[in-house]
Design a protein around this ligand. Structure first.
Ligand code: G
Ligand code: MN
Length: 391
């Protein structure tokens, strides 16, 4: 293995940070890559878009040593990631097209060299730091999609730090009396800044993957309670909590209680909707945690029943007060006998267990009529009300 290009001495006057971008084609031997890359970099330099201080080729892997603008580490990291993502995406698509390699993937990673305070003219140490940075960029780039993941993580951390989250409320209607009456609302989190995520669900899923689910959930719960100023004492507020949250030492009712009391409400107004994104593996611990809340008057709903990841076991083990039937069962239920049978069975079960059923995702009058006819107690969906403010 031969490393071409030697480290050149950096100019005296410059004291900004530096960063490395690593680029490597996954499982192809890209014949024209080095010519392509050299030309692309020359064009970038010409346009003064980036300053490439040095290029290092190791076989077909390319390491670019870039000058970064001045600023704190976080700002430099954001800038470098943005530059890298742009080049990775653009060069990948251009090179794929040129070489007719539609499947080829360009892996990319970055790292920062924190040397702004050091004298860059000191050759010794400088080369070591560059080599260490090359290794870090290479490790970062080994996983497909590393740059985007890092960007998402930054965006998520920023969102949590800035509390860039709000709550909207979707009405839940009672079907038990003639006509429809308002039973309560489900609080749904909305993010004010989420350019890196398709929607709230993707954001929550990513947070879970990165171990930030607890913090995001806690923030969403607080925001949900912040907006309930006009909830009436007889109305219920349904708040989503992920099943895993019971492991969170901060998940204690104390704060929720005092927040409710300040608003003239009590635990009887609040229903925790348990969502099973991954299966619950310790029902014992879950039951114990929920017992604590129930003793204070909070109620429990099992969310998304009938969807892939939610199990009947949670109904057996947790004995909820409400069962929320997933909208996949409700969608066109009036035209599907199997769906009707499933809901009918769940309704029978609910009556036997003395539990209430809520049908989610009602979008059409026919669906509403069908669930009402089966004896479903409550309904929610765009037909009955979009997520919005509390009326
Ligand atoms: O999993 P959970 O039931 O908490 O999901 C709530 C999500 O479903 C929210 O993002 C909400 O906007 C959405 N939603 C609510 N009602 C409807 C509906 O009638 N149709 C569809 N497609 N989505 C709905
Ligand atoms: Mn829900």
């Amino acid at each position: 293995m031969q490393v071409r290009n030697r480290v050149r001495q950096a100019p005296m006057e410059w004291r900004g940070g530096r960063g490395v971008i690593y680029l490597s084609w996954h499982s192809v031997a890209p014949a024209g890559w080095s010519v392509f890359a050299e030309e692309a970099i020359a064009a970038e330099m010409e346009a003064a878009a980036i300053v490439v201080e040095e290029k290092y080729w190791i076989h077909n892997d390319l390491f670019l040593l870039l000058r970064l603008p001045s600023g704190g580490r976080s700002k430099l990291e954001g800038w470098l990631l943005e530059q890298a993502i742009k080049r990775q995406a653009e060069w990948e698509s251009r090179f794929r097209e040129m070489e007719e390699l539609p499947e080829a993937r360009l892996l990319a990673g970055v790292s920062i060299i924190e040397d702004n305070l050091l004298d860059l003219t000191e050759q010794e140490g400088n080369a070591d730091r560059i080599y260490e940075a090359m290794k870090r960029a290479m490790v970062h780039g080994q996983r497909d999609g590393s740059l985007v993941r890092s960007m998402k993580l930054r965006a998520l951390e920023q969102l949590i730090a800035e509390h860039a989250i709000m709550s909207v409320y979707q009405p839940i209607m009672s079907l038990q009396s003639e006509g429809r009456s308002l039973f309560g609302y489900e609080a749904l989190a909305r993010f004010t800044k989420q350019e890196w995520f398709a929607g709230p669900q993707q954001l929550f899923a990513f947070a879970e993957q990165e171990g930030l689910a607890y913090r995001l959930d806690r923030l969403a719960r607080r925001k949900a309670l912040d907006g309930i100023g006009s909830l009436k004492p007889e109305q219920r507020l349904f708040i989503n909590v992920q099943a895993q949250i019971i492991n969170d030492p901060h998940f204690t009712p104390g704060r929720t209680l005092s927040m409710l009391e300040r608003r003239g409400l009590s635990p009887h107004n609040v229903v925790f909707e348990i969502t099973e994104r991954t299966s619950i593996d310790d029902f014992g611990a879950m039951k114990k945690a929920l017992e604590h809340y129930r003793n204070q008057g909070f109620q429990i709903a099992i969310d998304d029943v009938g969807a892939g990841y939610s199990s009947l076991q949670s109904i057996v083990e947790l004995r909820p007060d409400y069962i929320k039937v997933d909208r996949s069962i409700i969608d066109r239920i009036d035209e599907d006998d199997v769906k009707l049978h499933i809901l009918h069975t769940l309704v029978q079960l609910a009556y036997k267990l003395d539990v209430s059923i809520i049908a989610e995702g009602i979008e059409r009058e026919e669906e509403l009529a069908a669930v009402k006819k089966l004896g479903v107690h409550y309904a929610q969906g765009y037909l009955l009300g979009r997520p919005g403010g509390i009326q």
